[in-house]
Ligand binder design. Structure first.
Ligand SMILES: Nc1nc2c(ncn2[C@@H]2O[C@H](COP(=O)(O)OP(=O)(O)OP(=O)(O)O)[C@@H](O)[C@H]2O)c(=O)[nH]1
Ligand SMILES: [Mg+2]
Length: 240
């Protein structure tokens, strides 16, 4: 089994040195065959060069970069499309969910042969939201329910930054996706389910906090419009 780990990255110079070493060492210790792909989403702070430096001594570490900042969705899609693993997992550059979560996703696939997509959920673990502000927790929970209703899927946390895919399903799913922003999670889930792929949920919790870049209200409203637009498009692009 070959594992691909994809890290979307935008202007992460302040943390990248630590992050690349943490991910690379964890993978080296736990897997025989893997690649660690950083998808640089048009960063202008030089974080991509730090990855390139590290890659000089570790051929399993790779960098994909493009000039213009397009959004996390574009970075994940680019990394996923370039990956060659039998299983591919993406997670955030700040290691928000820890490194062990990668092994847990792989184990989930191994234990559940019928599952094609694994979605992390902060709502399945008791302390999944520990450290979030009260406002953020309530907003997040109501919001995720609403997204599910509008998008027509049953998941306890569509927005979580950890997701895994069987390599065989990646092209099928991501070639149909085009959302560059944070609503890409929805597009991926809805496309996968329209194609008939089975999704499993894995409890995760945030263990590493940093100042949030999400604007709770303005971003949420934008995404509600996105989910309706995506639903319409998924229905059109996935012929049953
Ligand atoms: N903010 C942001 N992050 C990006 C972008 N492209 C890629 N990323 C990466 O996406 C991951 C998640 O970014 P965060 O800013 O932590 O967003 P989040 O985890 O959804 O939300 P909070 O951490 O709760 O603010 C990180 O690895 C970023 O480097 C982008 O255009 N904007
Ligand atoms: Mg984050």
């Amino acid at each position: 089994m070959k594992l691909s780990v994809i890290i979307p990255m935008y202007n992460e110079a302040s943390i990248i040195e630590n992050s690349v070493a943490c991910f690379a060492e964890y993978l080296k210790e736990n897997f025989d065959d893997y690649e660690l792909i950083f998808a640089d989403d048009g960063s202008v702070d030089g974080c991509g060069d730090v990855v390139l430096d590290y890659a000089k001594n570790d051929p399993c570490v790779k960098l994909i970069r493009y000039e213009k900042n397009r959004g996390k969705g574009c970075a994940v899609r680019t990394g996923m499309t370039a990956s060659t693993g039998d299983i591919a997992v993406f997670t955030d550059c700040d290691i928000a969910f820890g490194v062990d979560v990668i092994g847990r996703v792989v184990k989930y696939f191994e234990d559940n042969g019928d599952v094609d997509v694994v979605v992390g959920s902060r709502n399945l673990s008791k302390d999944g939201y520990a450290g979030y502000t009260k406002l953020r927790v309530i907003a997040s929970k109501i919001y995720i329910k609403l997204l599910g209703v509008l998008g027509g899927f049953r998941l306890s946390d569509s927005q979580c930054g950890v997701k895994g895919f069987r390599g065989a399903a990646i092209k099928d799913i991501f070639s149909r996706c085009e959302t560059d922003g944070f609503a890409f999670d929805l597009e991926v889930i809805m496309t996968a389910s329209a194609l008939g792929y089975k999704t499993g949920e894995l409890p995760v919790k945030i263990i590493n906090h940093r100042k949030s870049s999400v604007h709770v209200f303005s971003d949420s409203f934008k995404m509600l419009a996105d989910v309706v637009r995506i639903r319409r498009r998924v229905r059109k692009t996935v012929k049953k």
